[in-house]
Design a protein around this ligand. Structure first.
Ligand code: SF4
Length: 1008
């Protein structure tokens, strides 16, 4: 196999020209707007971090020294991930800062929810009111009634720490509408649930995403993919839609949506049958021995007809495993996959050849795309990573790295882990014990179904009424005081959900707040420091700033200060045990400031930072204020094969293999202990192979990392033994990559414990949990039924967050229905015609765009558009939203579009220059909740019927019946296999969970 050295092509990354940091305090340049006059402006340049997608690219704020205002935001040249480059959304942050429609003061509702009546209140009033409610809920033991629902997290651990300090199981995320499918696919292989492809060093790149225009960590990845391409790497894109990324690829594979696992397993099969896989890597790092020793499971494979009796392994050797592998996947031929997916067999063989050529320099990535679209989408991600496993390209230069290897999360000054002793069955219902993570998109149905309520519900950079599916059910929930006691919307901009809140509290944009980031953008661990740049400027000028809002526009707070203030008011005397987590480590008993919070982290928790700062004569805090970024390490490859450190080994017990473990277990009698009687954080009961210690080294990096893997003697597994050497291994129950997932088997899903796809119609019925709900079996094209592909991003917008960015909405303001010419002809429509797109619960009416960029039988509509507001002057920004009226009759809702985007008068002359009228169509309203029974992923694709509409006034009309959507929810719930697990637990304790409760909370109890 071929290996490529890291860093070989780093020369591509550098910018040629940029302001050097030593001149950031006084940077002069000509004012482009004053041209042709030569007018010099002098700036102070202060780094911060973009907030307009998850990539966290660096920005430099250019602050005019005369006026003290931010005049532009450009790329941060020293940022290791973005390297001075940004997409259009980064610089456009400026238009959000100056948006005349932004929220500048705390608002409290005075009319009915959604009525649009608000009064300005003081921060004190809002904080006291919210704190009193939370305090009461905590005192009354209602610790599952305080919910923080987050769309885009500010930083890892900050708010989780707040919630843990409060002792509430109250973290709720957007993960299930985004990435649960991919996460389960990866987690069932390697424990770690995200990929971090090392694109710049790859020879072959396989993308199931559109990274050149919008995929996850888009800009940092896009520039590295192009670097790889420039030096000769080949790119393949699997995407039903012709994305801009597919357009630049060497291979574009456009399968029927949801059949991707079939074609990926066919590629795997070509590698296996031809012995084009890395035998040594698979032998050392895959848990094949567990499979061969599980006679019961081998018999199960025979019973299911996957292998014949004759294929049963005769020995527990690696060669026997390879023979089994060949027998198992033999039917998965390229011709079979071509029939299933619609992608030509010879193309699949070519992709296999490319992977073989790339060897360990083969990078792949899936995030959203098919993994987020279909029932069984998680198996697509599992099948994709199988190709990395076979090619030995796991955490190699040019391969795909587990994200935890390239992520650094520093320890804060105090750690309330273990404080949460309750389990919220609304966030993690029994039906979804393996979900990654909270079942957020089903909240309205769950609350109704289980008759629950929230006392306080925070929404934070999340807009479920619009971004999630089935928005009318959300409106029903948000307007029902029996479900939601108090809704607090923490948001920089208006959005559809905030319209129904009780408080709307303005929060800072990218240059108005602190956050600390570390993301999987490339092969390094780095931290980026988002800063409120006007506050930093004041401090540079010697002014004292206590709170960031003193420097921000209006009374815009930064969220991290908000949580400190709120926590202090919930527990003013410290009797609830909360206040201590918000007391300064420098001034005991006094409230911590945000400056002290980060100062402590930089001084104590980031290896190498104090030394790097000292070299420049700076404190760690001054260093981060100056540069806004620090690379912790670039030593990130093949962490699994790194030796267990000597100082850990000296107190460790080594059990080399299963034979030794069995002998020891029999001798000590431990093997006979009843695992059900053990605490649930004993994740590996009995005697198991591995390197075990009672004194594991203290954690330095608080990255999301599965485990711990503990036994009943209080020993923690700190490594595994491979070929006689104690090495770190993977954070899975076996310590290896899990071709055979014992977790899936033990949790009632044995038929999906190995990478698999049904081979014929009968098997599709039998194994329907991994068959897409929009498989051609279920679509009758004669009846004008289609699969609606609603998941793709456009490069210039990002969900709700780009609200108020006028430059971006001038570029993009429509989301038409992509339709193949074959289908358009059959329906009698052309570009610009109206069509009614009708799902099981309702319909929308939108314009058509006829294009060969989509397969016949599939239509596609981008999200990010179709913004709407109920009130003339607020509810969503006027740059991009239609004014609508909502009508309701029983459970039937109707949205009537009153007018599109129109000019208005404001201090910004551009508001009167608006030339566009369209705002797009809110497609997500007609998509019912469709939770994948294993991963909990919202399966976004939906079967629809399409017909022509001839009345142009109906553009933007949406009709939905929420009773029907509740029935769909019930039907999908019926596909699940609920907790408890084999030891009476709610969820495997080793698996990741954003806010991990105390092990006692994992003990399953019947739901009330
Ligand atoms: S990719 Fe664009 S929107 Fe995302 S962080 Fe970078 S500059 Fe901002």
């Amino acid at each position: 196999m071929v290996t490529v050295k890291a860093g070989r092509f780093q020369r591509f990354g550098k910018l040629h020209s940029f302001p050097p940091p030593e001149r950031w305090d006084d940077w002069a340049e000509l004012d482009a707007k004053a041209w042709p006059k030569r007018v010099e402006r002098r700036y102070k340049l202060i780094p911060t971090v973009c907030f307009n997608c998850e990539a966290a690219c660096g920005l430099l704020a250019y602050i005019d020294q005369k006026t003290g205002e931010i005049r532009k935001l450009e790329g941060h040249p020293l940022h290791p991930a973005s390297r001075g480059r940004n997409c259009g959304k980064g610089p456009a942050t400026l238009t959000q800062v100056k948006n005349p429609d932004r929220i500048l003061y705390p608002l409290k509702r005075t009319g009915a929810r959604g009525e649009g009546k608000w009064t300005r209140v003081s921060w004190d009033e809002a904080l006291d009111d919210i704190a009193a409610r939370i305090r009461k809920a905590l005192q009354e033991g209602r610790r599952d009634e305080v919910i923080y629902h987050v769309g885009r997290p500010g930083e890892d651990l900050y708010t989780e720490r707040v919630l843990m300090a409060w002792g509430v199981d109250g973290h709720n995320s957007h993960t299930n509408v985004c990435s649960s499918g991919a996460r389960v696919g990866y987690a069932t292989w390697m424990g770690i649930d995200r990929p971090a492809p090392d694109h710049p060093n790859a020879r072959f790149i396989l993308l199931m995403s559109s990274h050149l225009e919008s995929g996850h960590y888009f800009n940092p990845h896009a520039q590295r993919i192009i670097e790889a391409k420039e030096r000769g790497a080949k790119i393949a894109v699997i995407d039903t839609r012709l994305s801009n990324t597919a357009n630049k690829a060497d291979y574009w594979l456009s399968p029927w949506p949801g059949t991707e696992a079939a074609l990926l397993l066919a590629i795997a099969n070509v590698l296996i049958q031809n012995d084009w896989f890395d035998r040594e890597f698979v032998r050392k790092w895959v848990n094949w021995d567990e499979l061969l020793e599980d006679q019961e499971y081998l018999q199960f494979m025979v019973k299911e007809g996957w292998i014949g009796e004759a294929d049963l392994p005769k020995a527990t050797t690696f060669d026997a495993f390879v023979r089994l592998l060949k027998a198992l996947y033999r039917p998965f031929t390229p011709e079979w996959a071509a029939e299933e997916s619609g992608v030509r067999a010879d193309v699949l063989v070519k992709i296999a050849e490319e992977i073989r050529r790339a060897g360990s320099a083969f990078s792949s990535h899936i995030w959203r795309n098919a993994a987020a679209g279909h029932r069984g989408g998680w198996m697509i991600a599992r099948a994709l990573f199988f190709l990395n496993v076979l090619s030995g390209s796991v955490a190699t230069p040019g391969g795909t790295i587990p994200n935890a290897y390239v992520k650094f999360v520093p320890k804060p000054f105090s750690d309330p882990h273990g404080n949460v002793r309750v389990w919220s069955t609304i966030q993690f219902p029994d039906e979804f014990p393996l979900a990654y993570f909270e079942m957020s998109f089903m909240l309205p149905h769950l609350l109704k179904d289980k008759n629950k309520r929230f006392e306080v519900y925070f929404t934070r950079v999340v807009n479920p009424v619009w971004t999630f599916t089935d928005g009318f059910s959300w409106i029903e929930m948000l307007t029902d005081p029996n479900r939601v006691g108090l809704h607090v919307a923490l948001t920089p901009t208006w959005n559809e959900t905030a319209q129904y809140a009780d408080y709307v509290l303005p929060m800072g944009l990218a240059p108005e707040r602190h956050d600390l980031f570390s993301y999987e953008t490339h092969a390094a661990q780095w931290i980026g420091f988002r800063q409120p740049v006007l506050r930093v400027l004041k401090e540079k000028e010697g002014q004292k700033v206590t709170f960031t809002y003193e420097a921000n526009p209006g009374e815009v707070w930064e969220e991290n200060e908000f949580w400190i203030e709120l926590s202090w008011r919930i527990d003013p005397d410290g009797k609830l045990g909360i206040r201590k987590y918000f007391e300064s480590p420098y001034r005991p008993g006094e409230k911590i400031t945000i400056e002290a919070y980060y100062r402590w982290i930089f001084e104590n928790s980031v290896p190498g930072l104090p030394e790097a700062a000292a070299k420049e004569g700076l404190t760690p805090m001054e260093y981060m204020r100056k540069y806004g970024v620090f690379t912790v390490t670039e030593d990130v490859y093949r962490e699994y094969e790194k030796p267990v450190p000597e100082d850990v080994l000296k107190d460790a017990r080594i059990i080399p293999d299963r034979e030794a473990a069995m002998k020891e277990g029999a001798a000590s009698g431990t093997a006979a202990a009843d695992p059900k009687a053990l605490p649930l954080d004993v994740t590996l009961p009995g005697v198991r192979p591995g390197v075990w210690t009672k004194t594991p080294p203290p954690k330095v990096n608080f990255r999301p990392y599965p485990g711990p893997f503990k036994n009943e003697h209080g020993e923690v597994r700190v490594g595994i033994v491979v070929d006689g050497k104690p090495v770190q291994g993977f954070p899975t129950p076996s310590g290896k990559l899990e071709f055979f997932s014992t977790t899936l088997k033990d949790w009632k899903w044995p038929e999906y414990a190995i990478p698999f796809y049904p081979r014929n119609k009968e098997e599709r019925k039998k194994y329907f949990h991994i068959v897409s709900h929009v498989h051609p079996d279920f679509i009758d094209r004669e009846k004008n039924e289609f699969d609606l592909l609603p998941t793709f991003r456009i490069p210039t917008l990002i969900h709700s967050r780009t609200n108020g960015a006028k430059w971006l909405y001038e570029i993009s303001h429509t989301n038409p229905v992509w339709m193949n010419p074959v289908d358009a002809e059959r329906l009698g429509v052309k570009t610009g015609s109206l069509v009614k797109v009708e799902s099981e619960i309702g319909y929308f009416i939108d314009k058509v765009w006829v294009t060969e960029g989509i397969r016949p039988g599939v239509i596609a509509v981008s999200h990010h558009l179709g913004r709407w507001r109920l009130h003339e002057d607020h509810g969503s920004d006027r740059w991009n939203s239609a004014l609508v009226r909502l009508e309701k009759e029983g459970s039937r809702w109707r949205m009537v579009r009153l007018k599109g985007v129109t000019p208005w008068a404001s201090d910004d002359p551009d508001t009167s220059r608006i030339w566009w009228e369209e705002a797009g169509v809110h497609q997500n309203l007609i998509i019912p909740v469709q939770p994948d029974p294993i991963s909990g992923m919202m399966c976004w694709h939906v079967k629809v019927r399409v017909e022509r509409v001839d009345d142009p006034s109906r553009y933007g009309e949406v009709v939905v019946d929420t009773e029907k959507s509740f029935q769909v929810y019930k039907r999908w719930l019926g596909y699940t296999r609920p907790a408890p697990g084999p030891r009476g637990e709610r969820r495997p304790y080793w698996m990741l969970r954003p806010l991990k409760p105390h092990p006692d909370a994992y003990r399953w109890q019947p739901q009330r």
